[in-house]
Design a binder for this molecule. Structure first.
Ligand SMILES: [Fe+2]
Ligand SMILES: [Fe+2]
Length: 157
């Protein structure tokens, strides 16, 4: 996990994460902090193991750490922005062209409902992002825009 730990110490990454923290300080809905990223990584890793799909653990964690960084700059198109901002960080942390492509596909598709049915890295990643949210204990449950069938009302994984 050496390269993943490099991301954690990357100056750009840390500055995006503190911008997000600042932007979300009064947010009543789910936040996009390090706990969310690690929940996504761990759930995706469990799901990959359950589904018997081999995905390098470092790629899962790298995608999880970076998938919402675009929120530092925009709330509207954050997936595209995350895709864009991830590139320099991934290069400086030693990810190859091929690895960056895989990670960035997981990032760009993480909110795409159609991807979540796929038995692939990006499909699992998309599901893990949604499953990471603890709707069953959320104080903003009533105000949340998620449909009832999308909310996690019990623990699934
Ligand atoms: Fe997101
Ligand atoms: Fe997310």
């Amino acid at each position: 996990m050496e390269r993943v730990n490099k991301i954690l110490n990357n100056r750009q990454y840390l500055s995006y994460m503190s911008e997000i923290e600042q932007n979300e300080k009064d947010r009543i809905f789910c936040r996009h902090n390090i706990s969310h990223s690690l929940d996504v990584a761990r759930i995706a890793a469990l799901m990959a193991a359950d589904e018997g799909i081999h995905i390098d653990r470092e790629l899962i964690y790298a995608a999880a750490l970076l998938h919402d960084i675009g929120r530092a700059k925009t709330a509207d198109n954050h997936r595209e922005k995350s895709w864009e901002l991830a590139e320099d960080i991934l290069i400086s942390c030693g990810f190859s062209d091929e690895e960056r492509t895989e990670i960035k596909y997981a990032i760009i598709y993480h909110g795409d409902e159609n991807s979540s049915d796929e038995s692939s890295f990006r499909g699992i990643f998309c599901k893990a992002d949604k499953l990471s949210r603890n709707c069953f204990m959320c104080r903003a449950k009533k105000e949340c825009y998620w449909n009832a069938d999308k909310k996690n009302l019990y623990i699934r994984v």
